[in-house]
Design a protein around this ligand. Sequence first.
Ligand code: CMP
Length: 138
Amino acid sequence: MERTLSIVKPDGVAKNVIGEVVKRFESNGIKIVAMKMIHMNQAQAEGFYAVHKERPFFGSLTEFMTSGPIVVMVLEGENVIAKNRELMGATNFKEAAEGTIRRDFATDIEKNVVHGSDAPETAAFEIGYFFNSFEIVG
Ligand code: CMP
């Protein structure tokens, strides 16, 4: 069993696709073991995306991620890190495969509807960033 962090980003919340994203997880055998809606401030967004702080898009990304509420979830299942990334599709929606979340709903490389951890170490950091052990069930 593996866990990963999923975020429905401000554009996904604004587009009313929270349910659609959740449905894709659940219908693919992924369990949601924690979930909440939050609105990050600048410092929280910068801390979350600290690995990208040298990237040219860091300022714009953190501004976008604080522009509205997000839904953070802990997903659980076998190979769930890879499975979630498969369901999301490529970061750039133009390169995302047919039927993926980003291909269906993203409009921009930055406003790409969802985030998912990319490896076990990042999943552990990202889950711990938003949830304590009492907030995760199962
Ligand atoms: P995410 O999977 O959350 O990880 C980093 C985020 O930076 C990415 O999704 C996009 O929202 C954003 N981003 C903006 N521009 C780029 C870019 N050129 N390459 C990768 N990520 C980008």
